[in-house]
Design a protein around this ligand. Structure first.
Ligand code: HEC
Length: 120
């Protein structure tokens, strides 16, 4: 009986650990909750875009930009210069909390997998 009791407390500990982990919203959760998947996939993480054909993939979002820049970009505070040298703002706008923005951009900044562009 003693060992059964020990076993159930181990189960309880594992269960609470699992619960704590799932309660934490990670980068991919925020990414989906903020509808980034409307226009983006992240093939390297197995995240598909809602609309097919696949739109712009962000598997290498962190290769060129750091979290601070990404945060400004998705809040439309900075844009990307186009060929004519004009600043082109992002199409989507992030409307979530600052905490979610931090989780999202630190996750994006860590994405550095080059993915081949989709075949036209
Ligand atoms: C309405 C469609 C749309 C939505 C929604 C959208 N994006 Fe984008 N995003 C684009 C397009 C299009 C580009 C390519 C640049 C451009 O043409 O503006 C882009 C580019 C990017 C880039 C790449 C910048 C670079 O290095 O070239 C990042 C990072 C990004 N989006 C993140 C996000 C995140 C995070 C979300 C969710 C909060 C999001 N996007 C939602 C359309 C969208």
């Amino acid at each position: 009986m003693k060992s059964l009791k020990a076993f159930s407390s181990v189960l309880f500990a594992v269960g609470s650990l699992l619960f704590a982990t799932s309660a934490f919203a990670g980068g991919p959760d925020v990414f989906k909750a903020e509808n980034c998947t409307k226009c983006h996939s992240v093939a390297a993480e197995g995240i598909e875009a809602a609309k097919k054909p696949y739109q712009r993939d962000l598997s290498a979002a962190g290769a060129e930009h750091d979290a601070a820049w990404l945060a400004k970009y998705i809040k439309k505070e900075v844009g990307i210069p186009n060929k004519a040298g004009e600043e082109k703002m992002h199409k989507g706008k992030f409307n979530g909390s600052d905490a979610d923005l931090g989780v999202l951009t630190s996750w994006l900044a860590g994405l550095k997998t080059p993915v081949a562009p989709p075949a036209e």
